[in-house]
Design a protein around this ligand. Sequence first.
Ligand SMILES: N[C@](CCCC[B-](O)(O)O)(CCN1CCC(O)CC1)C(=O)O
Ligand SMILES: [Mn+2]
Ligand SMILES: [Mn+2]
Ligand SMILES: [Mn+2]
Length: 305
Amino acid sequence: RKVGVVGCPVHHGQAKPGTEHGPDALREGGLIKKLMGLGLDVHDYGDVGTPSHEDDHHFDLPVKNPKHVATASENIAADVYNVIKSGRTCLALGGDHSMAIGSIFGHSLAEPEHVVVWVDAHADINTPLTSSSGNMHGMPLSFLVKELQPYISKLPGFEFIKPCLSAKNIAYIGLRDVDPGERYIIEKLGIQSFSMSEVDRHGIKDVVEKAMHYLDPEGVKPIHLSFDIDALDPSLAPSTGTPVPGGLSIREGNYICEELAATGRLTCVDIAEVNPSLGNERDNLITVNSALSIITHCFGGRRQG
Ligand SMILES: N[C@](CCCC[B-](O)(O)O)(CCN1CCC(O)CC1)C(=O)O
Ligand SMILES: [Mn+2]
Ligand SMILES: [Mn+2]
Ligand SMILES: [Mn+2]
């Protein structure tokens, strides 16, 4: 199995500096060695170029740093596309979750039929106009879902994106902090959503089974896993910008990854929102170790050995 690692050191999708250090924190935590220890052929493509922090215009919208996010997204899409086209599974290291604009778009250029499993405390599907924060890490899916395009303000710089997902290609796991506008979109579009309530009610096994049966009943489609570290309980991922109590256990997180890995069709994995600048040294260590556990279970690591 071949893996291509792409660092996406972006932080302008949100307000707390530090997610740009996420990729290096994971590398310094031993990421590459751990992946090689699984017998994988790993190539680290380094970090995508992100534009200097030029003053960004707001185009009279409450969206923050749109040009910066657009340029970074285009660079991420190009690298992710190249990695997947070269026959490697892509591991995209964030960086805030606006990285998924580029990683999902790049993946869709290589594998138009892919589905998305979005593991997150948040739905990340605000449009520029439904967002109360203007932070683009809360909007990535809105730029990618075909059904939402009539409601998306065309932001300069985003012309490269062709909406590449239908609502039926997305399933959420772990939601527990969804904005009113997002809830309306999820219900209106009928997006399959397994919040922490469903995880508690049915258990993680049923949730993963239901999600995969819904997304890909024939078991043939490439899978994009976009894993926001804040899906895990804050006790497991304290160094992240928008922690929400009552998250997934590391067992539940590992289980999701083991099941997706077992399909053999996991083609792109994002790990987003690791912010080493938040919390103390111990918080950083706990967060990086949780992220490394999630990653290794996506790439063949198994708790039964
Ligand atoms: N939905 C939020 C959070 C996005 C989190 C992005 B991530 O990648 O981490 O999943 C939250 C907005 N909301 C603002 C009002 C507050 O009282 C509660 C949070 C937003 O800013 O859009
Ligand atoms: Mn900056
Ligand atoms: Mn989140
Ligand atoms: Mn997110």
